[in-house]
Design a protein around this ligand. Structure first.
Ligand code: PBG
Length: 332
């Protein structure tokens, strides 16, 4: 008994035909490469849980940015590790803050390379929370409540200082209530009406941020982020969060993390028309790296399959620590 060749098989029969009918194509223009900048000189320290990702001081940063620009990656996302931290995260909005300095340098070196600034205070506060907190001690255990509105004021100052330094896109990741509206108003009042907001509209309270918190030194010193980040079990809430960001003036939306949330990406894509960003977070990077270093998986194939999956789910843009690798692999 023989079976006729099906249409499916005819369309998969050669690489040429497969390429022609491919529905999702990755492009270097889809990627944003995160960079960690820190104080000091001559620093290029690998983050132990994120092999291939480094902390750079301002004098070693150029080499990294040269590479990113030469690969044709259109944008970088800056995270800062400051020299000093305090209760309000003042190094986050200082004119000579590390992110502001790095932004000025990058825009000087590569005016066309887009600088996306992460607007959050957790890397700059001594308690590691994303805004201001009010603490109290019960039975020797520190408890804290985020003070929402006072935090908004500081976050707005941070966004304005980042825009002043030359940031092309403001990406608030703090998840305070009303942050998009507050930051939009602050930017507009200071002459930055043209600077778009890429809102971390759907940000889950995720264990996948573990390596990042080591990298950024931003683990909360007490409590957790569950009062301001979302419960991983919720999808309808993601729609409500996004809706309010859209009404408050977000120009681009984001779902974070990506891998365990592809259904959320698909849902947001279907319900909203704004450009959608997927954040392929640190834990997703580290898992792949660890398995690849053991020789258990084919790194290139796995990474490209994951990134394709995020785009197929509905992402227009992907923030990924694999940007440089993927750009190289796509070049062939
Ligand atoms: C800051 C911020 C975090 C990430 C991006 N911005 C950490 C957090 O919310 O704890 C995580 C990124 C990653 O894991 O790659 N709020």
């Amino acid at each position: 008994m023989s079976f006729p060749i099906t249409r499916h098989r005819r369309l998969r029969g050669s690489a040429g035909i497969r390429g022609m009918v491919r529905e999702t194509v990755l492009n270097v223009l889809d990627f944003i490469q995160p960079i960690f900048v820190t104080y000091g000189t001559g620093v290029k320290n690998e983050i132990s849980s994120m092999p291939g990702v480094y902390h750079f001081s301002l004098d070693t940063l150029k080499e990294e940015v040269d590479e990113i620009a030469s690969l044709g990656i259109p944008a970088v996302l800056l995270f800062g590790i400051p020299e000093t931290k305090d209760a309000i995260g003042s190094s986050g909005f200082a004119e000579d803050g590390i992110v502001q300095e790095a932004t000025r340098l990058i825009k000087q070196w590569y005016p066309e390379l887009l600088v996306v600034a992460d607007t959050c205070l957790c890397e700059f506060t001594d308690h590691g929370h994303c805004g201001m907190v009010h603490t109290h001690i019960v039975d020797g255990v520190v408890h804290g409540d985020v003070i929402n509105d006072a935090s908004l004021e500081l976050l707005t100052r941070t966004a304005v200082s980042q825009a002043k330094a030359g940031a092309d896109i403001i990406a608030p990741s703090n998840m305070m209530d009303g942050f998009v509206q507050a930051i939009r108003a602050g930017l507009d009042a200071n002459g930055f009406e043209h600077v778009p907001i890429m809102s971390y509209s759907v940000k889950y309270a995720s264990a996948f941020y573990g390596p990042f918190r080591e990298a950024a030194g931003s683990a909360p010193q007490f409590g957790n982020r569950k009062t301001y980040q979302m419960d991983p079990a919720n999808l309808r809430e993601a729609i409500r969060e996004t809706e309010s960001d859209v009404l408050e003036g977000a120009d681009m939306l984001m779902v974070k993390p990506a891998l365990a949330y592809l259904d959320v990406i698909r849902t947001i894509r279907e319900q909203f028309d704004l450009p959608l960003v997927a954040y392929n977070v640190s834990g997703e990077y580290s898992m792949v790296k660890a398995a690849a270093m053991q020789g258990w998986i084919d790194e290139q194939a796995v990474v490209l399959e994951m990134l394709t999956g995020m785009k197929r789910a509905g992402a227009d843009i992907i923030i990924t620590y694999f940007s440089k690798d993927a750009a190289r692999w796509l070049r062939g």
